[in-house]
Design a protein. Structure first.
Length: 340
């Protein structure tokens, strides 16, 4: 693949054209996407025009825009050369992070197969069903913190991948033999519907609260394997109240929606940490469903523990939302209203 930056005589003086030549036309078709939708996504995001000429793509824009567009196209083409596909999420990641945000370096020995650089500087989490790649700089730093620290907090709005990435790391550690089990927990706090009024036995009552955790697991492991691991107690999904009195050794433990844990519940949970275990606490300070006057255990933990070096705190903003673009806009609107 070759690239050339040159002014085009037919273009205004403030625009340049960066030409990329691709040796494999079949990969070029995949790069462009059906009806050139991948190119269209890059054009809209970067404010450039991408012209296709045989096995060449010309990126037209000001110098910085054209260079950025060319770098995104080259990164995506290199991904295709390794045998992987290019999906909307991959384009979004390249647009958000770019070469300067991908970072360098590797993790120590036994973590390399779980968390590795696919193209030398990109990081991936290895699970049974997919390779999971952070899509923002904050997500990348968070994933590194999950591997580097025995206790890690992920704090930020919905849709930023806090729980999803934590479960992915837990699965990779389980299949890599770094831990013996995964324990996923949430406070069973009602957000509009009383728990006691829901139909069924206790499992039926609490499962709706745990469904996001089941959904994350289904992304990383085949359904039959998830069922077998749950049956063998290698994966446990339970309300926070069920953690009392336990010591969790060689486990990857995730507490989701931690803003809905009381201070006493948070202390109880954090002190379950046993030898060889990892603990991840995720939450959104703006979505507390506790009764009025009851303080959030997440806020207390942040205040009391942030000075301890071996505990990491990772923070996300609306810029890290990786759901529908409207989700980020909604979060920003509510944040602006609360700040007014």
């Amino acid at each position: 693949m070759t690239t050339t930056m040159l002014p085009h005589p037919a273009l205004p003086q403030d625009l340049t054209e960066q030409v990329l030549e691709f040796p494999d036309n079949f990969l070029l078709i995949d790069l462009c996407g059906e009806h050139d939708r991948n190119l269209a996504a890059i054009e809209v995001k970067l404010g450039v025009q991408i012209l296709r000429r045989g096995n060449r793509l010309a990126v037209v824009g000001d110098e910085a825009q054209a260079r950025a567009g060319a770098q995104v196209l080259m990164a995506l083409y290199q991904r295709l050369e390794t045998g992987r596909s290019v999906e909307a999420g991959d384009i979004d990641r390249e647009l958000r992070m770019g070469p300067s945000e991908q970072g360098t370096g590797t993790l120590p020995g036994d973590q390399m197969e779980m968390f590795r650089g696919a193209t030398g500087d990109r990081v991936e989490i290895k699970t049974r069903r997919k390779l999971v790649e952070p899509r923002t700089a904050a997500q990348k730093a968070y994933v590194r913190a999950l591997f580097d620290h025995e206790m890690a907090f992920g704090i930020g709005p919905a849709g930023t991948g806090k729980t999803y990435l934590a479960v992915a790391v837990g699965v990779s550690m389980l299949i890599g033999g770094q831990v013996d089990k995964i324990v996923l927990s949430r406070p069973a706090v009602e957000a509009g519907e009383r728990l006691g009024f829901l139909p069924g036995d206790m499992k039926d009552k609490v499962d709706p609260y745990m469904q996001p955790l089941y959904d994350a697991l289904a992304d990383f492991l085949p359904g039959k394997q998830v069922a077998k691991l749950i049956e063998d107690k290698q994966i446990e999904i339970a309300p926070l109240a069920f953690m009392r009195g336990r010591t969790l050794a060689r486990s990857f433990v995730v507490l989701d929606e931690a803003q809905n844990a009381t201070s006493m519940q948070m202390k109880m949970f954090l002190t379950r940490l046993g030898e060889g275990s990892r603990m991840v606490i995720t939450g959104d300070r703006t979505q507390v469903d506790l009764p009025r006057g009851v303080s959030s255990g997440l806020a207390d933990a942040e205040r009391l523990l942030s000075h301890i070096p071996k505990i990491s705190f990772s923070y996300f903003t609306s810029k890290d939302v990786v759901r529908h673009p409207l989700v980020a806009a909604i979060i920003e609107a509510y944040d602006a209203d609360s700040a007014a």
